[in-house]
Ligand binder design. Structure first.
Ligand SMILES: [Fe+2]
Length: 220
């Protein structure tokens, strides 16, 4: 867990600022996805698809429209567009920035893949946590939690504008994974298929999976 966070954010302090353990559940949505869990991870780590299937997300994070994924470089967060007020489905204002979040992290989105099957998404006023439960080679249940400050949850404020943004992203991503699953069942993908240099972080994930499955084959 710690290596996954520091490898992505550069330091543990960067995630400690969000004080995730003090946040409370604002909304939980469960998705039953007809795709392998590793395919969902690959999708989460790359952004070639963002321009074509995530219209709401690319409005909020313009650099994603160029296929630029926030997980390429250590410490990089995707900046909100100039006209965007908050991480919401229509760019409208969200809630107060979490108290520990520093100015460098404000108005940015950070994504972390915690192996084997957790995603952490950090934005200034909430945290989105995905947990995957593989049920079959081609089926994964994904539980997604939207976490807010105690004050926001206790006040009963409407969280639907921020939930709706990533709920749409989830639906768009999982639909894409389900469409890829039949072809990726091919033997040609037995070792993860072909990657290009900018997918080095996905290559590391492939290597990690292969090492876990066959530790004696390291380096082959
Ligand atoms: Fe996506």
């Amino acid at each position: 867990m710690q290596a996954d966070v520091t490898g992505r954010l550069g330091s543990l302090e960067a995630i400690d600022n969000f004080e995730v353990d003090g946040l409370e559940l604002g909304r939980r949505i469960t998705y039953d996805v007809k795709a392998n869990w590793k395919l969902i991870i690959e999708n989460f780590m790359e952004c070639y698809h963002c321009a074509t299937i995530h219209p709401e997300l690319t409005e909020v994070l313009p650099e994603f429209a160029d296929g630029y994924a926030a997980q390429y470089f250590v410490g990089h967060g995707a900046a909100f567009g100039e006209e965007v007020s908050g991480f919401t489905v229509d760019g409208s204002a969200g809630f107060d920035t979490l108290s520990g979040v520093d100015s460098d992290q404000d108005r940015k989105y950070y994504a972390i893949t915690v192996r084997p099957q957790v995603f952490v998404n950090l934005v200034p006023d909430h945290v989105i946590l995905h947990r995957m439960f593989p049920l079959a080679a081609d089926r994964t249940v994904v539980e997604c939690d939207w976490l807010y400050s105690k004050d926001v949850v206790a006040s009963g404020r409407d969280v639907s504008h921020s939930v709706e943004l990533f709920h749409r992203v989830n639906q768009q991503d999982f639909d894409a994974c389900e469409r890829c699953q039949p072809a990726m069942s091919s033997r040609a993908y037995a070792d993860g298929g072909v990657l290009v240099p900018s997918e080095h972080h996905i290559g590391e994930f492939h290597q990690w999976v292969q090492n876990v499955l066959s530790p004696d084959k390291d380096g082959e």
